[in-house]
Design a protein around this ligand. Structure first.
Ligand code: PHE
Length: 459
């Protein structure tokens, strides 16, 4: 039976038909890994903050926010798939665990205590289980705005930003930026609010600032790799950056920044020119500017060579003892891995055709730069089996003892049209060897839960 209310940080939230935040998530709430001394996520955060001197850094904004803060204030459409219960943890119909740090943008703009800021914190998304996905991760985002009303014309305003840009200087890296700043449909100028030259200047300043940040991050990653690995010392192709058109409800035009690093294009961040309605809503209508956001785990995994996202949650000194925020970044030395215990579960889903399997972001090998972009999902009240429901049963039952859950077979019965799914669950603890019996037990519990909660028929 569902509890009548959930209590977080001493505040109680009455439950309703939207409530779906499970205990296994709520017990992790408040760990604040991004400010834990010498934690790799905190070190990654500080590296990024150091790229924006003079910005105000917000690291304690609470993870429980209103639906208005998380979606409406940012201009998310009322039918945006990110609002779905299959993707987002609701405490109740008005309250969610934030799915991104952008939930605080309007509040921070309204406070208007600095031209530039960063916001870092824990964010929550229902998602797949594998070595790079965890339902709680961390984002950092930043924004810079200027007061347009301090200038007598758009030309003066743009010139001022161009001067700021000239002070930044080149990032000393090869940059591919083939597209014009605006695309009339996909990446439009906010013509109602911005003169083209103003938005052009802001976009140029945005790109240059983030190129500097990318160079700082990847130079640090390169140094760490060279210091730990002889093979990594050979001559490398130089870093390259490219700008790719993107879409976010709260910026236009928008881009993703990708970095060519040691043989791969990596998506690093999402960004754009802030949607003016946000600034109007925040009662600073004359300010204009840019914003970016990125997922910290992916960056920290790359910087330190951390192979499994669950390690960030470890309290094991063999992990935590390896990081020192006062020393140059050093690669993580994996300690021995305990053996994996794979087990398969196959079942018929109850209502043929109602299944939603594989959400694109979670099955793709390159999730969005901000970490698991909001993706297509059914409307909130579709009664069906969603892959994320299985993920949740697995987490509720086996917690961090599961390393990966993958769909290995999907089959539709030719006559009945019923659908059968087979998932491989890989059990492997980071802390100990799971015995055959322990793995069997966990697996049996998961099988029973699947039947009890979703009425699947085991095969
Ligand atoms: N909020 C976006 C996400 O979570 C990232 C972003 C932040 C994009 C700020 C643009 C500006 O995917």
């Amino acid at each position: 039976a569902r509890k009548r209310s959930l209590t977080i940080d001493g505040k109680s939230y009455p439950s309703d038909s939207w409530t779906n935040a499970p205990e296994n998530i709520l017990i992790q709430y408040g760990r604040r890994l991004h400010v834990q001394p010498n934690h790799p996520l905190s070190i990654a955060r500080q590296l990024i903050e150091s790229c924006f001197p003079g910005f105000q850094h917000h690291n304690s904004l609470p993870g429980v926010v209103t639906v208005d803060q998380n979606f409406d204030s940012l201009g998310f459409a009322s039918d945006h798939p990110g609002r779905s219960k299959t993707d987002t943890y609701y405490l109740n119909q008005d309250t969610v665990l934030r799915t991104h740090t952008s939930a605080h943008e309007v509040d921070v703009f309204r406070a208007n205590t600095s031209n530039g800021y960063t916001i870092c914190g824990d964010v929550y998304r229902r998602d797949a289980i594998d070595r790079t996905h965890y339902p709680i991760f961390h984002q950092i985002e930043g924004a810079l705005t200027w007061d347009r009303s301090a200038f007598k014309s758009s030309e003066h305003f743009s010139q001022h930003i161009q001067n700021d840009l000239a002070r930044l200087g080149s990032a000393g890296v090869d940059v591919e930026d083939p597209n014009p700043t605006f695309h009339p449909e996909r990446n439009p100028l906010q013509a109602k609010h911005h003169a083209a030259e103003e938005a052009e200047a802001i976009a140029a300043h945005l790109k240059r600032s983030l190129e500097h940040m990318a160079v700082a991050i990847f130079t640090a990653a390169d140094k760490a790799l060279k210091a730990s690995d002889h093979a990594a010392q050979e001559e490398q192709e130089p870093l390259k950056i490219r700008w790719v058109e993107a879409f976010f409800p709260h910026t236009s035009p928008s881009w993703e920044l990708e970095v060519w690093w040691r043989g791969d294009w990596l998506e690093v961040l999402g960004c754009g020119v802030i949607e003016q309605p946000l600034l109007i809503r925040a009662d600073v209508p004359s300010r204009m500017g840019w914003a970016f956001g990125l997922g910290l785990e992916r960056l920290a995994m790359l910087l330190f060579g951390i192979p499994d996202i669950r390690l960030f949650w470890s309290k094991d000194q063999r992990f935590l003892g390896q990081f020192d925020e006062n020393k140059p970044i050093k690669r993580f030395q994996p300690f021995s891995k305990y053996p994996a215990a794979p087990r398969d579960v196959a079942f018929w889903i109850p209502d043929a055709g109602a299944a939603v399997v594989e959400t694109p972001a979670t099955t793709s090998s390159s999730p969005s730069p901000a970490g698991g972009q909001i993706t297509a999902a059914p409307p909130p009240d579709t009664p069906s089996f969603h892959e994320n429901d299985l993920m949740e049963v697995v987490r509720d039952t086996a917690g961090d003892s599961v390393e990966d859950v993958s769909l290995i077979d999907k089959f539709t019965h030719p006559k009945t049209g019923r659908q059968s799914l087979c998932y491989r669950i890989t059990y492997r603890s980071l802390e100990k060897t799971l015995t055959t019996e322990e793995a069997n037990d966990l697996h049996e519990q998961i099988r029973r839960e699947l039947v009890a909660r979703f009425g699947v028929e085991l095969r």
